[in-house]
Design a protein around this ligand. Structure first.
Ligand SMILES: NC(=O)c1ccc[n+]([C@@H]2O[C@H](COP(=O)([O-])OP(=O)(O)OC[C@H]3O[C@@H](n4cnc5c(N)ncnc54)[C@H](OP(=O)(O)O)[C@@H]3O)[C@@H](O)[C@H]2O)c1
Length: 253
């Protein structure tokens, strides 16, 4: 990870869960991390904690609602002014709204489309533009996909559709980057069950259901995913890890 010290990473969805653990890990490894989410106070708390602990890098909190194109563009403009541009873009923010294809709400489908597909697509495009503008040829786009991006889980088919799109996006980015003779790398990470706020938010009318799910098996933790991000970033520049499938050992599906 030495070559990333002092470089700039954007982590979307850095307020809680996998994004928060990833932002912490990258700051501990000396990176300048711009962490964004709607609940910016939680990121501020993490930034203060890291600073107090004497972390090698720094966390810069930014409030951004990823359903709003103008907010994403303004965030990238500010990163360029404040830090020169992004070297690593971690598309982490995501959600699942409850409901099957045949009965789910259109509003839920739209929010998942905005946050899980359109936002990572735009962030990837703007990140690569900032890298190319500065001649950065070793940048990295890392996207939190899911096992749902590889098989359909009954009751979560639309969420799965958004994650299949991340499988396609990662390969599409890889192909386009190779075509332009760039060495910028594209990776997705596809976890099974991780104990975060994810299932609690999805079952907000019945949060106990999510707690029971997390208690029913030994889940992966957010830090396990942050470790995977470090592994992907730390691979030598001539190695591009394209996808990591990882599940709790006890998970059967
Ligand atoms: N947990 C799992 O079992 C699991 C499994 C497979 C894949 N994943 C994927 O892993 C990623 C991270 O999930 P997680 O488990 O860490 O979930 P989480 O604990 O629910 O965190 C989700 C993050 O996304 C952010 N977010 C949601 N909507 C947003 C919006 N409109 N604008 C900006 N930020 C937004 C949230 O921040 P604010 O609410 O503060 O905006 C939060 O920081 C997601 O892409 C998810 O699909 C998770």
């Amino acid at each position: 990870m030495e070559r990333w010290v002092g470089r700039v990473a954007l982590v979307t969805g850095a307020s809680v869960g996998i994004g928060n653990a990833t932002a912490r890990a990258l700051v501990q490894h000396g990176m300048k991390v711009v962490g964004c989410a709607r609940d910016v106070d939680k990121i501020r708390e993490t930034a203060a904690e890291l600073q107090q602990a004497g972390a090698a890098g720094q966390l810069y909190p930014v409030q951004c609602d990823l359903t709003v194109e103008a907010e994403i563009r303004a965030m990238f403009d500010n990163i360029e002014v404040e830090h020169g541009g992004v070297d690593v873009c971690i598309n982490n923010a995501g959600l699942a709204a409850k409901g099957s294809l045949l009965s789910g709400s259109f509003e839920g489908f739209r929010t998942m489309t905005d946050v899980n597909i359109l936002a990572p697509t735009l962030c990837s495009q703007l990140a690569v533009q900032q890298m190319r503008k500065r001649g950065v040829d070793d940048g990295h786009i890392i996207t939190l996909n899911s096992m749902s991006g590889h098989r359909i889980y009954l009751g979560m088919a639309f969420y799965g559709m958004t994650k299949f799109a991340m499988t396609a996006m990662t390969e599409g980015l890889r192909r386009e980057l190779r075509e332009m003779k760039s060495h910028i790398r594209a990776t997705c990470i596809s976890p099974g069950l991780v104990e975060t706020e994810f299932a609690i938010r999805m079952n907000k009318d019945d949060p106990q259901k999510a707690r029971d799910l997390y208690a029913s098996t030994q889940c992966m933790q957010a830090k396990d995913l942050a470790d995977a991000v470090l592994y992907v970033l730390g691979a030598p520049p001539h190695v591009e890890i394209n996808d990591i499938w990882m599940r709790p050992t006890e998970q059967t599906t």
